[in-house]
Ligand binder design. Structure first.
Ligand code: 5GP
Ligand code: ZN
Length: 134
C-alpha cells in the first residue's frame, strides 16, 4: 500500500505536468507561472483583471481546475460553479460595483466569441452597459 502523501505527490506532479503540456494560459496564471493582476484567490478559484478591459471594471473569475468551457463542466462540478458565482458577488462588492450594477458573461465556443478555452466568467461594471449585447 502506497502511503497517502506519496499518492498525493504523484497526483500533484501528474496534474502540473498535464497542465504544462496543455499549454493553457489560464492554468499557467492559476499556478502563478504567468503573472496577473490578482484581485482574489482561494483553493478553488482565482480572479484577475482582464488584459484588454471592456469597462472600467473588467475581471475574469476562473476555476483553478482546467475546464475547457461550460459545455465541459460535469455533474460533479456543481459546487465549483456555485462557488465561482458567489466569488463574482464577493469581488463585485470589493470593487464597489455591486450597487450600481454589473454584468456577468460566459462565452462558450466560436459563435459566442470564446477565445481562451479555460472556463471563465467575465465581470463587467463601472459604466452603463447596453442591452442586448452585440
Ligand atoms: P473570451 O473571449 O474567451 O470570452 O475571453 C477571454 C478574455 O481573456 C479576453 O477578454 C481577453 O482579453 C482575456 N485575456 C486573454 N489573454 C489574457 C492574458 O494573458 N491575461 C489576462 N489578464 N487576460 C487575458
Ligand atoms: Zn486551463
Amino acid at each position: 500500500m502506497i502511503p497517502f502523501f506519496i499518492q498525493k505527490l504523484f497526483f500533484y506532479t501528474w496534474w502540473k505536468g498535464k497542465m504544462k503540456m496543455c499549454g493553457c494560459i489560464f492554468c499557467k496564471m492559476a499556478s502563478h507561472e504567468i503573472p496577473a493582476n490578482i484581485i482574489y484567490e482561494d483553493d478553488l478559484c482565482m480572479v484577475f483583471e482582464d488584459i484588454n478591459p471592456q469597462a472600467p471594471v473588467h475581471l475574469l473569475v476562473i476555476p483553478k481546475k482546467h475546464i475547457t468551457s461550460l459545455n465541459d463542466a460535469g455533474d460533479d462540478d456543481g459546487n465549483l460553479l456555485g462557488h465561482l458565482l458567489s466569488t463574482v458577488a464577493h469581488v463585485a462588492k470589493e470593487k464597489k460595483i455591486a450597487g450600481s450594477g454589473y454584468r456577468t458573461v460566459i462565452n462558450t465556443n466560436a459563435e459566442a466569441g470564446q477565445t481562451v478555452f479555460h472556463l471563465h466568467i467575465h465581470v463587467l461594471g463601472g459604466r452603463l452597459l447596453n442591452w442586448p449585447p452585440g
